[in-house]
Write a protein that binds this ligand. Structure first.
Ligand code: SF4
Ligand code: SF4
Length: 408
């Protein structure tokens, strides 16, 4: 696809990148068949190919309408289209550029900008989010059922191992997960402890930057990344083997640090190193001998929900299923595994109608084989799915935790 870039963008690096990405698209439309928003609306403008045309138009004319912005906003950034595309179109990178340009060309109303800024502040700060969650949990019994199911109940805090091992890995503590599902990182630490690895949480590190990045605050997102790099760097120099993420949405952001900070001379090399060292917890555990863990695998069928960030962004679609199968768990049959559950970062808050329809479809796809538990790999999906089902849902790593108890 040829793009005649408008003079306004002609000398910008992002327009050049977009032009290169667009040149790979051959308009075949294969991606439509696996795009959740197109399958939901059957509107070409809510499909990958339609959005690609909208971004091309914006690059060529320098103009965009509110309607253009709406169709770009409705994209989940699930990147299912990338997995399907036979031409290797880097759609995830393109939609990020398109969104940055569209809010310049068709700015949001001041009130909406304010609400998005507030959302970014609340979600990217573990302290603010913990306080907000605490208030929500306190009033949970009093609020209407519709709202109650969106507030996760308080989770039991569990202890981290004290033993120090020679092998050390850093863990991303993040923002939402550390407050809403703290047992995930604690379970990962206990498992790695049994394998002779210490998981180190560095206090000064925090949100990976994804929340700001996806709420039109790319500058704040880059600041989050620089802060994390500064916090981790002394530990990396001291020999930390990896930066472990137990939330695949955050892990996919860490994997992009190298690209996102490539133009920052002070941070480019360090950012690239951080991306190289980043591993999903599954990538650490897959090659390990898990037979030394005392596992309770007799818990009935486990329905695996592989987050889009793990399957489409990190390209690890079978990671969770392989580990659980190797460990001896019986997996439930599921369908439409490639389709997003509708969580997608802040999407469930900003696009509730589409998000709920996708969630209902995902619940049917996950539950038809009558699983006794659902296992996923990203906090956003975990909370979103939990809001719609009575089937227990955990981060899959909790199933391997020596402290895991089920049905007792
Ligand atoms: S990222 Fe997901 S929602 Fe967006 S166009 Fe691609 S498949 Fe559709
Ligand atoms: S599948 Fe790839 S090449 Fe075909 S229309 Fe979609 S993005 Fe373009």
């Amino acid at each position: 696809m040829y793009v005649d870039v408008h003079p306004r963008y002609r000398d910008t690096a992002s327009a050049k990148t977009a032009q290169d990405i667009l040149s790979a698209c051959v308009h075949c439309g294969f991606c439509l068949a696996t795009c959740p928003t197109y399958l939901d609306s059957r509107d070409e403008r809510d499909s990958p190919r339609g959005r690609i045309y909208l971004i091309k138009q914006l690059l060529e004319t320098g103009h965009a309408t509110k309607q253009t912005r709406t169709h770009l906003d409705r994209c989940l950034t699930c990147r299912s289209c990338e997995t399907t595309c036979p031409s290797g179109v880097a759609y995830g990178q393109l939609i990020d550029i398109g969104r940055e340009l569209v809010v310049e060309a068709a700015p949001r109303a001041p009130l909406v900008r304010g609400l998005r800024a507030l959302l970014a502040k609340l979600l990217s700060s573990p302290y603010l989010f913990r306080a907000l969650l605490g208030v929500g949990q306190f009033f949970r019994p009093l609020v209407p059922k519709q709202l109650r199911r969106k507030i996760p109940p308080p989770s039991t805090r569990s202890t981290n191992p004290e033993q120090q091992h020679r092998r050390k890995m850093l863990v991303l503590t993040g923002c939402v997960q550390s407050a809403a599902t703290p047992n995930t990182n604690a379970a990962a630490a206990r498992i790695l402890d049994q394998l002779g690895i210490s998981l180190v949480a560095v206090e000064r590190a925090g949100c990976c930057g994804a929340v700001n990045h996806h709420l039109d605050r790319q500058g704040d997102g880059l600041d989050n990344m620089r802060r994390n790099i500064d916090a981790w760097w002394p530990h990396i120099e001291a020999g930390a083997e990896a930066i472990v993420s137990t939330a695949s949405g955050c892990g996919s952001m860490l994997a992009d640090y190298g690209d996102l900070l490539a133009m920052d001379l002070a941070y480019a090399a360090k950012a690239r190193r951080v991306s190289e060292l980043t591993r999903d917890i599954g990538q650490i555990l897959l090659p390990e001998d898990l037979s030394q863990l005392r596992l309770n695998t007799a818990i009935g069928k486990v329905a695996v929900h592989t987050p889009c960030s793990l399957q489409h962004a990190l390209k690890l679609p079978l990671l969770i299923a392989d580990i659980l199968t190797n460990a001896g768990f019986e997996l439930a049959t599921t369908s439409d595994d490639h389709l997003c559950c509708g969580s997608a970062g802040t999407y469930s808050i900003l696009q509730p109608a589409i998000s709920n329809r996708l969630l209902n479809a995902k619940m049917r796809a996950l539950s038809h084989d009558k699983p006794s538990i659902i296992a996923t790999g990203n906090v956003g999906c975990q909370l979103h799915i939990a809001s719609e089902t009575k089937i227990p849902i955990v981060h899959w790593v909790e199933l391997l935790d020596p402290n895991f108890r089920f049905g007792q």
